[in-house]
Design a protein around this ligand. Structure first.
Ligand code: UDP
Length: 462
């Protein structure tokens, strides 16, 4: 499958947060196997190590003017992205100018995370082919188009009218206007501005998206219509690349040994991804609910992810005792390996897009507890469209947790969801095999990149 390496260079510009960098690097690995050479431009935080065993032959460049990660904390995610784009634009342009000099103008394409729209300036200046990479669902991208056209003040007024709240978004059934991914953000106006920046500053002539057509056919058609450029749904990239991660935190593999001692399909695996945080009160209710359900659980509790608590060490003694009796706690898990373990019966997830794809690929049904942004959109699809999970809304209390765990792990209802998840798993696996939809989309992408590169060379020679 590996072709001869040529000089065709792809520049990748990931957003170096866990949920974005993994699929981008997986894409890089796939394109390397297709014969491209790969150069990764990264900011100053969460850098993938150039010595990583997973990326032999990759070249890594640091964008000199970028922001430290601590600014996410101080600014919040939306302002952080605005500032990151502003700070990185000029220095990225300079770095690309240097690379073009070294490379004899042989850059086949710049592929950038949709939130790294500062790349557009360099793309325009040097007339380079560029493609956007989207690490979220197609449905979320369509929501961004919808949001980019809204007026914040009018939207807030509209959302006081129950009829408008419950109006279904065109071609996105069952999503209603109130489900659009605006929640969890303090300043709606700034959030909508970011949507406009992402949508309007788009210079790219195609979009790669880490999804699968059998999951999101309708949204993909609508996206294609909205964008008017080729869309390549090429996921799940972690299967095609045979790569989990790269993980930005150290994985605690001891949980696999613990799982080895549990009964098949008995364990509920809990993870809120790399960014979400929960209140101590919610955490305690979850702990009681899990305990009362009598099911074993494996819980990822990242340092700093429980608000108002210094970590599980500072929890009341009876909770710590109960947690250690029935559960196993790690700071970061090898998630894909965990989901593929026969002891895992369900996944309590915040519903980040990567976690969902990973869960479906292992045929694991979910309890959905979304925290912000697109997670609720994803959760609605899990519960109402694919019917492979249970959405928990409102305040979390122990009785609700216990019921949800029992429904998922012990009841026929959960068995039905697992069956559907296994059905989807087969479809996803078929999509990345020769002749499958994602496999074909990747082939078309490679042809597209070749053609774009030739066109760009013709333009620069004329
Ligand atoms: N992840 C992991 N170990 C953990 C928790 C999460 O490897 O203990 C990985 C998970 O496999 C996924 C990513 O972190 O690939 C989280 O991405 P997602 O889109 O689900 O959520 P985000 O972190 O962006 O909110």
């Amino acid at each position: 499958m590996e072709r001869m390496e040529s000089n065709r260079m792809i520049v990748l510009v990931p957003l170096t947060l866990q949920g974005h960098i993994s699929p981008m690097m997986q894409l890089g690995k796939v394109l390397k196997l297709k014969g491209f050479s790969i150069t990764v431009f990264q900011g100053q935080f969460n850098q993938v190590s150039p010595s990583s065993q997973h990326f032999p032959g990759f070249q890594f460049v640091t964008i000199p003017e970028s922001l430290p990660e601590s600014e996410i904390e101080t600014l919040g995610p939306i302002e952080f992205l605005f500032k990151l784009n502003k700070t990185s634009e000029a220095s990225f342009k300079d770095s690309i100018a240097q690379l073009l000099l070294q490379q004899g103008n042989d850059i086949a394409c710049i592929i950038y995370d949709e939130f790294m729209y500062f790349c557009g300036a360099a793309v325009e200046e040097f007339k380079l082919p560029s493609v956007i990479f989207s690490t979220t669902s197609a449905t979320h991208k369509v929501c961004y188009s919808v949001l980019s056209k809204l007026n914040a003040k009018k939207f807030l007024v509209d959302m006081e009218d129950p009829e408008l709240q419950n109006k279904v978004v065109e071609n996105l059934h069952p999503l209603r206007y109130k489900d659009l991914p605006t929640w969890g953000f303090e300043h709606l106006e700034r959030m909508l501005e970011l949507c406009r920046e992402v949508v309007n500053k788009r210079t790219a002539s195609a979009v790669i998206i880490n999804t699968v057509s059998c999951l999101e056919n309708l949204s993909l058609s609508r996206l294609q219509q909205d964008l008017g450029v080729p869309v390549y749904p090429s996921g799940p990239l972690h299967i095609t690349a045979s790569l989990a991660g790269p993980s930005l935190m150290e994985e605690d593999k001891s949980c696999i040994e613990w799982l080895n001692n549990q009964k098949p399909r008995s364990v509920i695996y809990i993870s809120l991804g790399s960014l979400a945080r929960m209140e101590t009160k919610e955490m305690l209710e979850m702990a009681w609910g899990l305990s009362n359900s009598n099911q074993p659980f494996l819980w990822v509790i990242r340092p700093g992810s429980i608000l108002g608590s210094d970590g599980i060490e500072s929890l009341p003694e009876e909770i710590s005792k109960m947690m250690s009796e029935r559960g196993y706690i790690v700071k970061w898990a090898p998630q894909i390996e965990v989901l593929g373990h026969p002891a895992v019966g369900g996944f309590w997830s915040h519903c980040g897009w990567n976690s969902i794809l990973e869960s479906i690929v292992e045929g694991v049904p979910m309890i959905c507890r979304p925290f912000s942004g697109e997670q609720k959109v994803n959760a609605i699809y899990i519960e109402s469209v694919w019917r492979i999970g249970i959405l928990l809304q409102g305040e979390v209390e122990r009785g609700g947790v216990e019921r949800a765990v029992k429904r998922l792990i012990m009841d026929d209802e959960g068995a039905g969801m697992r069956e559907k998840a296994i059905g989807l798993k087969e479809k996803l696996k078929a999509s990345v095999r020769s002749g499958g939809a994602s496999y074909n989309a990747l082939d078309e992408l490679v042809n597209y990149l070749e053609t774009e590169r030739k066109n760009a060379q013709l333009r620069s020679n004329s």
